[in-house]
Design a protein around this ligand. Structure first.
Ligand SMILES: C[S@@+](CC[C@H](N)C(=O)[O-])C[C@H]1O[C@@H](n2cnc3c(N)ncnc32)[C@H](O)[C@@H]1O
Length: 213
């Protein structure tokens, strides 16, 4: 997957690219490209946003700035999905992650302050996506959430077996994973369920099925 993120802070993604599973698939299944709106803005002094028409607080990301960024990178409107990150978007679920993961190319637009000029979402994007019903200060944490969620669905991202049976997966019928435990078997009188210590694989499987939430 070629995943292009447009942002004002490309350097903020350094941490993400060092972490698994993103680090594991970078350069093979994942080509993550980071673009700064400032590098291609047609305005002077790296300006990218402006005061809202009608008045009010904050600054709004300009449509000409985003159009210039897309034109520079794609030579026009990209022929693939372009996702605006905004609290007004479709809420991100595992189902939506599975829908996006097979895309060969995906572009993600992050904003800040008051967000996008609505014409960006309307005319330059195919999708608007929210990571939840709350407001964050910018779209970079949402972009990183999306990159991580997509990266772990790419081939080779996870150790064999660890990505199939997990919360929201078809194997668990879209439900939440059973409780997991590790050593010590008892801590402050809190005991791991005996069945998990039994070594009986079939019994453990039955217990896990019963404890899917
Ligand atoms: C402070 S927010 C803008 C909030 C906007 N004025 C509103 O009332 O909905 C700035 C930017 O952060 C990003 N953002 C904030 N919360 C988000 C969320 N829940 N999901 C996705 N992106 C979000 C978006 O890119 C947004 O344009």
């Amino acid at each position: 997957m070629q995943l292009d993120v447009f942002t004002l802070v490309p350097h903020a993604y350094a941490w993400l690219t060092e972490q698994r599973p993103v680090a594991t698939v970078l350069g093979s299944e994942l080509d993550l490209r980071l673009f700064s709106y400032r590098d291609t803005t047609p305005l002077r002094s790296g300006q990218v946003d402006d005061e809202p028409y009608g008045g009010g607080a904050g600054m709004v990301l300009r449509v000409d700035v985003v159009a210039a960024a897309l034109d520079t990178v794609y030579g026009g409107r990209p022929g693939h999905r372009v996702v605006a990150l905004t609290p007004q978007g479709r809420q991100l679920t595992q189902e939506l992650v599975e829908e996006l993961a097979p895309e060969e190319r995906l572009t993600v637009l992050s904003a800040r302050y008051e967000g996008f000029d609505e014409r960006i979402v309307e005319h330059l994007c195919t999708d608007a996506l929210s990571i939840g019903p709350y407001v964050l200060s910018n779209g970079d944490l949402p972009a990183m959430v999306l990159v991580d969620a997509l990266a772990r669905r790419l081939p080779g991202a996870l150790a064999a077996g660890s990505g199939e049976v997990e919360s929201f997966s078809p194997e668990l019928e879209g439900r939440l994973e059973y409780p997991q435990y590790t050593r010590p078997a008892e801590f402050r009188g809190w005991r791991v369920p005996d069945v998990l210590l039994s070594g009986d694989h079939a019994v453990v499987e039955r217990w896990r099925k019963e404890h899917v939430r």
